[in-house]
Design a protein around this ligand. Structure first.
Ligand SMILES: Nc1ncnc2c1ncn2[C@@H]1O[C@H](COP(=O)(O)OP(=O)(O)OP(=O)(O)O)[C@@H](O)[C@H]1O
Length: 230
């Protein structure tokens, strides 16, 4: 269980997020500028707020990002352009990339999981957007962290690839029992990922539902206002 009670202020923007994410997927919806990415940044440690963030009895709030049990996937720029696909995955295990045989097998396995074994000698500029995000997912696999944060990771991809990627993340989340939290502008993406959906407004979580029920909520639900304009 990833639990948080964090306050954050930046100029005129004030946020107070309270809640918990169970094992499985959670999507975060909300209007532009409402503070979705800020919540993810607080969890990842990329910005620092006041309060507590706990995971499995451990207080994460004072740990730097690299010491948190978390991997983050951004919309783009997840790969090192000067490194091959293989090295981009290997660096998830060890910064020097001098790996033991078992670690090399793990890189091979991760590339197989995302169906990119044939591309291991390529460089990021030789990959499509979808392939690049799959390399980043292979690195998530070798890092083996229990929490995955996704900040609109697939919004630049065409609809078919985007849905393939969401199904892959959903499957990996179930298989490896990750706590996966995805920020998105797309209610359809939240439904595809499944699990829970939260709505953020002005720096606060104002509603929560099962993704399966997103389009069946009573008209007084704050989601209905959001869905009618999104
Ligand atoms: N460190 C920071 N630097 C710049 N702006 C910040 C910072 N921290 C918070 N903000 C402001 O916080 C507010 C929330 O931003 P945030 O990116 O979290 O929203 P969002 O819901 O993810 O928006 P979008 O959907 O447009 O990406 C914005 O007004 C943003 O300008």
């Amino acid at each position: 269980m990833l639990s948080f009670d964090v306050q954050y202020q930046w100029q005129n923007f004030e946020a107070h997020y309270q809640g918990q994410f169970a094992v499985g997927a959670t999507s975060i919806l909300g209007a532009s500028g409402c503070g979705k990415s800020t919540l993810l940044s607080l969890l990842g440690g990329y910005v620092v707020g006041q309060g507590s963030i706990g995971f499995s009895g451990q207080d994460l709030s004072l740990s730097p990002p690299f010491e948190r049990p978390i991997t983050t996937l951004f919309q783009s720029d997840n790969l090192f352009p000067q490194l091959s696909v293989w090295d981009n995955v290997a660096i998830g295990i060890c910064a020097s990339r001098s790996l033991s045989s078992a670690q090399k097998e793990k890189v091979t396995w991760a590339l197989e999981q995302v169906q990119l074994s044939d591309c291991h000698t390529k460089y990021p500029d030789q990959l499509s957007g979808g392939q690049a995000q799959r390399v980043a997912i292979a690195r998530v696999l070798v890092r083996d962290k229990p929490i995955l944060l996704l900040d609109e990771p697939f919004s630049a991809l065409d609809p078919k690839l985007r849905s393939d990627m969401l199904v892959l993340i959903k499957t990996l989340t179930e298989t490896y029992q990750w706590t996966t939290v995805m920020v998105t502008h797309s209610p359809a993406d939240a439904v595809l990922l499944g699990g829970n959906v939260l709505l953020v407004e002005a720096g606060k979580i104002v509603a929560q539902t099962d993704a399966k029920k997103l389009y069946e909520l009573p008209s007084e639900s704050p989601f209905c206002d959001y869905l009618s304009v999104s």
